[in-house]
Design a protein around this ligand. Structure first.
Ligand SMILES: C=CCO[C@@H]1O[C@H](CO)[C@@H](O[C@@H]2O[C@H](CO)[C@H](O)[C@H](OCc3cn(Cc4cccc(/C=C/CN=C(N)N)c4)nn3)[C@H]2O)[C@H](O)[C@H]1NC(C)=O
Length: 132
């Protein structure tokens, strides 16, 4: 189990910054934000080699424990061993994942108005978390 932060109150326009390092033999990692583990605004899941996906960012939402439709992104701006800084922000229509050289968007399917939960899972070593 990775880092889990609960009792957050992140509002639209605010930013959650996760700094860390991808393991050198990473198969995949995930950053989840939402209400709790069963209700996710965004499951941001870069896959190097897992579930049959190679170098693919898979995004999804989860409502009361049920996954939504997956959204596979074209961009894969990650490499084994990379130090990454991921900024997550949202508004009522979409959630954005900003990296220094890439940006991903995903619809705010559940119309969530605040983020109360953050979890980082898989082959990623969290160095710092910043809320701004
Ligand atoms: C083709 C067959 C049917 O279709 C597949 O059906 C699978 C099951 O539904 C989906 O997979 C599911 O997709 C979900 C998103 O939609 C979640 O990602 C879920 O994972 C949840 C989960 C998270 N976590 C923690 C975690 C997260 C990241 C890395 C690790 C560990 C790395 C291990 N490191 C090693 N070993 N070095 C661990 N555990 N489970 C995944 O199982 C596939 O996408 C889907 N594929 C396609 C093409 O449609």
């Amino acid at each position: 189990q990775g880092l889990v932060v609960t009792q957050l109150d992140v509002e639209p326009g605010e930013c959650i910054k996760v700094k860390g390092k991808i393991l050198s033999d990473a198969k995949g990692f995930a950053v989840n934000v939402g209400k709790d583990s069963g209700t996710l605004m965004l499951h941001f899941n870069p896959r190097f080699d897992c579930h049959g996906d190679i170098n693919t960012v898979v995004c999804n939402s989860k409502e009361d424990g049920t996954w939504g439709e997956e959204d596979r992104k074209a961009d894969f701006p990650f490499q084994h061993g990379d130090k990454v800084e991921i900024c997550i922000s949202f508004d009522t229509t979409e959630v954005k994942v900003k990296l220094p050289e890439a940006e991903f968007e995903f619809p705010n399917r559940l119309g969530m108005e605040k983020i109360q939960y953050l979890a980082v899972e898989g082959d990623f070593k969290v160095k710092a978390i910043k809320f701004s």
